[in-house]
Design a protein around this ligand. Structure first.
Ligand SMILES: [Zn+2]
Length: 244
C-alpha cells in the first residue's frame, strides 16, 4: 500500500512534475546528510518536510552556542548534546513518518562505506576539504550523486557532482587551502540559501525532473544579490575521477 499522507503533501503532489508517483519516489529515497551544521540544518528540514523516506545524519559534534546564528535545526535546549540527536528529534517533530538514522561519528574513509548502505544521494553538510574528499571518493566508488554546498561570509556555492556524467569535487577544488586558527565568519542566511538549493537539487535528482547543476557551479553573492552559473569541465588528470 502506498504510504502517502495526502493532506501533508497536497501542495506538492498537485504539481505535475511530482504527483502521487513522485511522492512515492521521495518516500522510497534514502539520503545521507553529511554533517548537520549550517547546511545540514536546512537540508534535513526541507527534505523531511518533502517526505523523503529515510534520512541518515552523520555528525560527531555537539551543539555549541556559536552554532546557533545559522544552525537553526538546533536550539538552546540542546547545548552540549550531540547534533545528530538534536536534529533527529526536530525532524521527527516535523514529520513523524520520516525514518531518521542518527550516526554520531565524524565521517572518515573508514566509516563512509557503511554509512552509504541503502543511500541514494549524498548531501554535503561538511565544512572542510578532508571530509568532502572522503564524500567525493565514496560518491565515485558507489556511483552516487554528491550534492555539494560551500559557504563563507555572504557567499555560497552549490553544484551536483554525478559520477560518470560530470566533473567531480576534486576536479574543481585542488587542495585544502591555507589552514587558519580561526573559524571563518558567516551570516545565517548564507547557509540557508546554499542549503535550500541543495535540497531542491536533491529532490530533482530523486525525481529525475528539471535542469540540475550538472557541470555547473552556482555562485551566490548575498551582499550583491547576484547569482553566477559557472561551467565546470572534468579534469582528465583528476586523481579521483580522471582516467590516468
Ligand atoms: Zn575529478
Amino acid at each position: 500500500m502506498r504510504r502517502l499522507d495526502d493532506q501533508r503533501y497536497i501542495r506538492q503532489t498537485i504539481l505535475p512534475e511530482i504527483g502521487p508517483d513522485g511522492q512515492e519516489a521521495l518516500a522510497c529515497a534514502c539520503v545521507l546528510i553529511a554533517g548537520v551544521g549550517g547546511l545540514g540544518s536546512i537540508t534535513c528540514l526541507y527534505l523531511a518536510a518533502a517526505g523523503i523516506g529515510h534520512i541518515k545524519i552523520a555528525d560527531g559534534d555537539v551543539v555549541e552556542l556559536s552554532n546557533l546564528n545559522r544552525q537553526i535545526i538546533h536550539s538552546e535546549a540542546f547545548l552540549g548534546q550531540p547534533k545528530t540527536i538534536s536534529a533527529a528529534i526536530r525532524i521527527k517533530a516535523l514529520n513523524s513518518h520520516v525514518r531518521v538514522t542518527p550516526v554520531q561519528e565524524r565521517i572518515t574513509h573508514f566509516n563512509i562505506d557503511g554509512l552509504l548502505k541503502d543511500v541514494n544521494i549524498i548531501v554535503d553538510g561538511s565544512d572542510n576539504y578532508e571530509t568532502r574528499q572522503v564524500l567525493n571518493r565514496a560518491s565515485l566508488r558507489h556511483e552516487l550523486p554528491f550534492v555539494y554546498g560551500g559557504v563563507q561570509g555572504f557567499n555560497a556555492m552549490v553544484s551536483s557532482f554525478i559520477p560518470g556524467q560530470t566533473a567531480c569535487f576534486e576536479c574543481i577544488v585542488r587542495g585544502p587551502g591555507i589552514p587558519s586558527d580561526t573559524s571563518p565568519g558567516i551570516i545565517g542566511p548564507t547557509a540557508g540559501i546554499a542549503a535550500s538549493f541543495q535540497a531542491m537539487e536533491t529532490i530533482k535528482l530523486i525525481l529525475g525532473i528539471g535542469k540540475t547543476l550538472k557541470n555547473r557551479m552556482l555562485r551566490i553573492s548575498g551582499l550583491d544579490m547576484r547569482l553566477h552559473s559557472l561551467k565546470l569541465v572534468p579534469n582528465p588528470e583528476c586523481k579521483a575521477c580522471g582516467r590516468i
